[in-house]
Design a protein around this ligand. Structure first.
Ligand SMILES: CC(C)(COP(=O)(O)OP(=O)(O)OC[C@H]1O[C@@H](n2cnc3c(N)ncnc32)[C@H](O)[C@@H]1OP(=O)(O)O)[C@@H](O)C(=O)NCCC(=O)NCCS
Length: 167
């Protein structure tokens, strides 16, 4: 098993029994498995039609091209999540339901490591967030934020900065 997928399993508390279940049943971790299959096929220039359709029809999740996602991905409620082309997501990121990563012109969002993205957040193409951050539910993120912040609102602003050890 690749290191990235091992990190996914660890972040989702998945062991062998759970992995077998997640392979067969449309539980949230099944979406992570199919995302990894999509990325592997794309990396090897193989057709991605099947994982794309599976993610879209079974999980209600839209996945585009040239996306990079680090290990430890958590998507507890996959429905309604849109991943746009060329976006980058770091390690140990949790993304909740209906989060939309959108493009603006040729720009795509960048997400750091150890980030929690609350329900129904929208990221515009020019936006991004650093490491160890929380994005409040329903935020519209329109610019780039640094590390160790909690942001929320429309447009999103910093509601609190905090040292990493307090998280
Ligand atoms: C962002 C969040 C973590 C902040 O929690 P918190 O640290 O307890 O912050 P508080 O509730 O004390 O709020 C601080 C301020 O930010 C505002 N605020 C908090 N969350 C907000 C949000 N999502 N959107 C806009 N403003 C928000 C509050 O109104 C408050 O403003 P005030 O100081 O003017 O009164 C939390 O509100 C949140 O959105 N969590 C995500 C929930 C979620 O999506 N869970 C996954 C699905 S279960």
């Amino acid at each position: 098993m690749s290191n990235v997928f091992q990190m996914d399993c660890k972040a989702n508390g998945i062991h062998w029994g759970g992995l077998l279940k997640a392979l067969i049943l449309p539980v949230p971790f099944n979406a992570v498995i199919w995302i990894r299959i999509f990325l592997w096929l794309e990396k090897h220039h193989l057709p991605t039609f099947l994982p794309f359709r599976w993610l879209y029809h079974i999980h209600g999740l839209e996945f585009a091209r040239r996306i990079r996602i680090g290990g430890g991905l958590r998507i507890p409620h996959p429905h309604g999540i849109l991943f746009t082309e060329d976006m980058k997501i770091g390690e140990r990121v949790s993304i909740y339901g209906n989060v939309r990563f959108t493009r603006s012109y040729d720009k795509a969002p960048r997400i750091g490591n150890d980030v929690f993205i609350g329900d129904s957040t929208v990221f515009t193409g020019k936006s991004g967030i650093g490491n160890h951050c929380i994005v409040g539910a329903g935020s519209v993120v329109t610019k780039v934020f640094g590390d160790n912040v909690i942001i929320a609102g429309n447009p999103a602003g910093i509601i609190r900065e905090y040292p990493i050890e307090q998280k």
